[in-house]
Write a protein that binds this ligand. Structure first.
Ligand SMILES: Cc1cc2nc3c(=O)[nH]c(=O)nc-3n(C[C@H](O)[C@H](O)[C@H](O)COP(=O)(O)OP(=O)(O)OC[C@H]3O[C@@H](n4cnc5c(N)ncnc54)[C@H](O)[C@@H]3O)c2cc1C
Length: 171
């Protein structure tokens, strides 16, 4: 970007300072909050079906084991909580009452939730979890990137931290 020149007519219209670009980030981060739920649901659905079909020892499906059920229950509970968070932030947005820290909480939580869901789903699939016959590893790799772009997980923590304490802790 050194010495990169942008023509004046390419400026965002009607915008002063960083407000315009930051409002674009709010839209993108809000969309990511919903998109992460979709990735998590694909991983959950894959893991649930696999756990019911895959039989090990005494011809029992692995879904009959308590520790496998615990993972599936965690996933569906966190997905449901993430849906409610996204819905509530959407309602605040519609009412014009959304604050960037609400969107930070949505992006931070839902991407983290989706990544943890993908990791648990990967574990349930065993070695099959790393092959591309199933979508889990693809979602997991993608979510690792999503966790960094549009504000890293930790930077969103700092945005929320500033909102609740009034003290910026970025430096
Ligand atoms: C797949 C992908 C697509 C991308 N697409 C775009 C795009 O389209 N447009 C665009 O502009 N950018 C894009 N990015 C860049 C992305 O926004 C940045 O990578 C991200 O903001 C982190 O910046 P960085 O990589 O320089 O890491 P750094 O800023 O060096 O951060 C590295 C680590 O240090 C932590 N850290 C940094 N500062 C602090 C602090 N003050 N306090 C505590 N911890 C801190 C971060 O949380 C992170 O964990 C993309 C990145 C990826 C991976």
């Amino acid at each position: 970007m050194t010495d990169c020149k942008i023509p004046a007519e390419n400026l965002l219209p009607g915008v002063e300072g960083l407000k315009g670009p930051l409002s674009c980030l709010n839209q993108a981060r809000y969309g990511i909050g919903w998109g992460a739920i979709g990735a998590a649901m694909a991983c959950y659905d894959t893991a649930l079906r696999y756990a019911k079909e895959r039989k090990q020892f005494d011809n029992k499906p692995i879904a009959s084991h308590q520790l496998v059920q615990e993972k599936l229950v965690w996933m569906i509970t966190e997905i449901t909580k993430a849906q409610f968070l996204a819905l509530q932030v959407g309602r605040l947005k519609d009412l014009g009452r959304v604050h960037p820290s609400h969107i930070s909480m949505l992006k931070m939580n839902n991407v983290w939730m989706a990544l943890e869901t993908a990791r648990s789903a990967r574990a349930i699939l065993g070695a099959n979890g790393i092959v591309d016959d199933y979508p889990v590893m693809r979602h997991m790799n993608n979510l690792e990137s999503v966790s960094t772009y549009e504000g890293t997980h930790d930077i969103h923590k700092l945005i929320i931290g500033e909102r609740i304490t009034g003290i910026p802790a970025y430096f």
